[in-house]
Write a protein that binds this ligand. Sequence first.
Ligand code: DX5
Ligand code: ZN
Length: 229
Amino acid sequence: MFDRSIKIAPSILSADFANFGAEIRAIEDQGADWVHVDVMDGHFVPNLTFGPPAVKAFRPHVKTFMDVHLMIAPVDPYIDAYAEAGADMITAHIEAGPHIHRTLQAIKATGKMAGVSLNPGTPAESISEILDLVDMVLVMSVNPGFGGQKFIPTAIEKVRMVREMIGDRPIHIQVDGGVDPQTVGPLVAAGADCFVAGSAVFRGGSVDKPEVYGENIRAIRDAANKALG
Ligand code: DX5
Ligand code: ZN
């Protein structure tokens, strides 16, 4: 059942890379709705993170929803591997190749939910032909590759445009990059319902101080709910 309630999806790119199982359990215990897994290939983005074996190792620790963000190109050859690794949502970048329609068909064919992601330089209109193939539109509010970057405010207007294009289709709007208690409000007001946060969730906490993760998640959620009015 589709619901547009506020979801906070901490990105484990900001977690302790020597302790993913414990970190995933900690953020979920502390209120995370989804777990956002940033896959990077050192080609589409200038950073390198998790292959399918790593995502498979994360899977048993995820009790909520594993949201896999593929910042890779080409993406089609790897869709089945990330689906088999246990992703619940597979999000591909519209910029990753010439055939986003076919890519999204391939993701849906695995039985997983399909997301499409737009970099800050990509217009909202670019998704007009694929809206009936996606479960989520991910509006990037940083240029992908790293955590801890500065929020790009043009994402707010883009969310508003995407929201208008979606109409009453059951499609989530996720925002990713520089999301924190200060930036989340305008994004909610513009129509977004799912918020990735790496540094704003993990900063100041650890698996030994997980309550800080809870405080950080609550701060973002409270600011989001306040904007809902
Ligand atoms: C950036 C990733 C984001 C990033 C978010 O390429 O897609 O998910 O980890 O990190 P923060 O919230 O610190 O900007
Ligand atoms: Zn991401």
